[in-house]
Design a protein. Structure first.
Length: 226
């Protein structure tokens, strides 16, 4: 995504409020992260975990066109026994369809699933289903939530530029200030000085090596098979 494509969050106020509340609820349990370096060391394992979403994505991309449309997403939720109201599914779809092309790409699907994980964090039904059907995803998504909680020093559900600088400054790197600003700019798509959980997730998929070039390669492979 690279922050080049932006989408106004004005339409997502209700969903964003729910996400912030969920982050704050999760923050009340604390974080296992000790430093930004400890997060970087987890990148390879997070990358592996996120790539495990590929089989799930392909399963629910019923027409194999490289994206999941609204109907396919509802079928996905139904099969995974994830209980959301129609308007909640619509909000999630619109929030994650960054390109506004009426389809959820692989990267967008990862973000959407992680948002579902966060929002349904207190649901025993989802937790049980996750362990039965997607056991490798739960620890990966928990690590992502844990990372955001670590960066969100004042626990307001958002990460500020100052919080990002302090987190990376503690790593002891000589160029930590420059790195922190670069990382923050990659996350802060709407340039409002604050990063929400969705913005963080899209940036993080890039940091660990999952991007649109991979998705385009998969689409080319699908075309060749056709």
């Amino acid at each position: 995504m690279g922050g080049a494509v932006t989408k106004s969050d004005g339409q997502e106020t209700k969903l964003e409020a729910k996400i912030i509340e969920a982050v704050q609820r999760r923050a009340s349990r604390g974080t296992t992260m000790k430093s930004f370096n400890s997060i970087v060391l987890k990148f390879p394992k997070i990358d592996e975990g996120l790539r495990n979403c590929k089989a799930i994505f392909q399963e629910f991309d019923e027409d194999s066109n490289g994206s999941i449309d609204h109907t396919e997403l509802k079928n996905c939720f139904r099969k995974l026994e994830i209980s959301f109201e129609e308007d909640e599914i619509n909000d999630l779809f619109e929030a994650c369809d960054i390109n506004e092309d009426m389809g959820i790409t692989f990267t967008e699907f990862i973000v959407l699933l992680c948002l579902v994980y966060l929002l349904k964090d207190d649901s025993s039904t989802l937790q049980k289903k996750w362990r039965l059907g997607m056991p490798k995803l739960e620890p990966t998504f928990e690590t992502l939530v844990d990372t955001f909680v670590f960066l969100d020093e004042n626990k307001d559900g958002l990460v500020s530029r100052e919080e990002m600088v302090r987190a990376i400054d503690e790593s002891g790197e000589r160029s930590s200030g420059r790195i922190a600003m670069k990382r923050f700019e990659e996350m802060d798509w709407d340039r409002n000085g604050m990063v929400n959980f969705k913005e963080f997730l899209f940036a993080f998929t890039q940091w660990v090596g999952i991007d649109e070039s991979e998705e385009e390669g998969d689409e080319d492979n699908n075309d060749n098979k056709a």
